[in-house]
Design a protein around this ligand. Structure first.
Ligand SMILES: *Cc1c(COP(=O)(O)O)cnc(C)c1O
Length: 451
């Protein structure tokens, strides 16, 4: 180790060739194995003498990689898939080989500068004012938590007498909000959604007023709206909720981990009106902005508040604190960080934002097309018109068991990966379409198995 020998050079070519093949080929869907099956094939890979690079790579290529579902496969439509652009994936190799440190300006100014331009693109599309900024964190869960911690600190400084803090969100909000509340030891006020699953300004106002009337010593430190729920892609009434939050002087956080990516799509942009009122927002480029795992853009309207909440102080760190320098570590719950926004930045810089608009519109078009096919299908019922690119539907007469059996078979046959979800206690199927590789024929191939 730590010597660049001919062996290293040979392995470098093998690894680059493999990476290139993976990028070029239509990847197989693949699927999980059990630990026993994997052990039978690879045994214990950790040994005093080591396997050598060639052998270790072979085990990965032949056994371990096929035991990982290709999340960028065009017929992987479960959960929220991933669809990194070629440029983004290629640049991840650079980030991996350059030992970049993305925590401080002193050490990583070039990387941080580039990441910040990518963040500014998102902040501008959202209509946040000039000083807005933030950091790429690992994922939406960390992004939501970090934003809420900043929000609570801000509220504490304004209302020191409150003895129990509460975050308000829709009953449809992502599980990471509850998780953040548990970590922070705060309560969650669930605002009922309307019949379409949308949290409205009016409902929020009612829920907050009545909660505070019943609990006069409690304080609501943040209202969270979701811009594209994970299950159905529903967008809350951002303008209405943002206005209520302003009137009540409560922090307004927009969780757009999945949906806010579509800010760059003119056909749906107006569905996000009101996002410009956000005190903080998140969007995961690893979901629908064509970046590899893992990257969540966390952006604050006033980053100085976040900096107060998150800067870590230690004798060896204080040398990094220069008022003119942007230290990404200061804006979330982390210290050491990979410059994980760089693959996204590179692809955005190289391809141009028009290309993002085009790719985004294409996924939206396929979602609309899928909805039409489902409506025309004799055995299927569309649950609702897709707001964004999640298409939810049911199969007439099926119980959960039938859905599960079908889903297992679909993967076993390597046709697609679609898992059952639920809506109002009933099982449903959903396609989450974020991949420009997903074509009409892919959707048709899956729907054919539901005849
Ligand atoms: C996916 C998602 C999250 C969590 O993001 P991770 O990157 O998986 O941690 C939070 N909120 C919404 C709305 C999501 O779709």
């Amino acid at each position: 180790m730590h010597e660049f020998t001919q062996d290293v050079e040979d392995l470098a070519h093998e690894i680059l060739d493999y990476s290139l093949d993976r990028l070029k080929l239509n990847p197989p869907l693949d699927g999980p194995s059990t630990p026993e099956e994997l052990f039978a094939q690879v045994g214990n890979t950790i040994s005093p003498k080591g396997l050598g690079g060639h052998k270790a790579l072979e085990l990965f290529k032949d056994v371990l990689a096929p035991a990982c579902i290709s999340t960028d496969h065009p017929r992987y439509l479960a959960f929220i898939p991933s669809a990194p652009s070629e440029y983004a994936n290629l640049f991840d190799l650079v980030v991996g080989s350059a030992a970049l440190y993305g925590g401080s300006w002193l050490e990583g100014s070039g990387a941080v500068f580039a990441e910040n331009q990518a963040l500014a693109w998102i902040a501008n599309m959202a209509g946040l004012p000039q000083p807005a900024g933030g950091v790429f964190v690992q994922g939406g869960t960390n992004g939501n938590l970090s934003a809420l911690v900043a929000a609570r600190m801000d509220a504490r400084s304004k209302k020191p007498a409150v003895d129990r803090w509460v975050v308000a969100c829709s009953e449809e909000a992502h599980s990471s909000i509850q998780s953040a509340a548990d970590i922070m030891d705060v309560l969650v006020l669930k605002v009922p959604a309307d019949v379409d699953g949308v949290m409205t300004g009016e409902q929020t106002r009612k829920a907050v007023d009545s909660y505070l009337a019943d609990n006069p010593r409690h304080g609501i430190f943040a209202i969270v709206a979701t811009a594209g729920t994970t299950n159905l892609g529903i967008i809350d009434d951002l303008a209405g909720i943002g206005k209520v939050a302003r009137e009540l002087d409560i922090w307004f956080h927009v969780d757009g981990a999945y949906g806010l990516a579509a800010l760059c799509a003119p056909s749906v942009r107006d569905k996000f009106n009101g996002v410009e009122l956000a005190d903080s927002l998140i969007v995961d480029p690893h979901k629908w902005l064509f970046a590899p795992f893992d990257a969540c853009a966390l952006i604050y309207r006033d980053p100085t508040i976040a900096k107060k909440a998150h800067t870590q102080h230690a004798s060896y760190l204080d040398t990094l604190e220069n008022p003119n320098e942007w230290n990404p570590s200061d804006y979330a719950i982390h210290l050491t960080r990979r410059a994980r926004g760089l693959p996204f930045w590179f692809s955005l810089a190289a391809n141009g934002t028009d290309e993002y608009t085009r790719a985004m519109e294409q996924t939206l078009t396929i979602a609309q097309h899928s909805a039409s096919l489902i409506k025309a299908h004799p055995n299927l019922e569309l649950l609702m018109e897709p707001t964004l690119s999640v298409v939810a539907f049911t199969r007439k007469g099926w119980e959960l068991e039938d859905y599960e059996k079908w889903s297992d078979q679909l993967l076993a046959d390597q046709i697609g990966f679609v898992v059952p979800s639920a809506h109002k206690g009933k099982p449903i199927l959903r396609f989450a379409i974020v991949n420009p590789w997903t074509k009409e024929a892919d959707i048709e191939a899956i729907l054919d198995t539901l005849n």
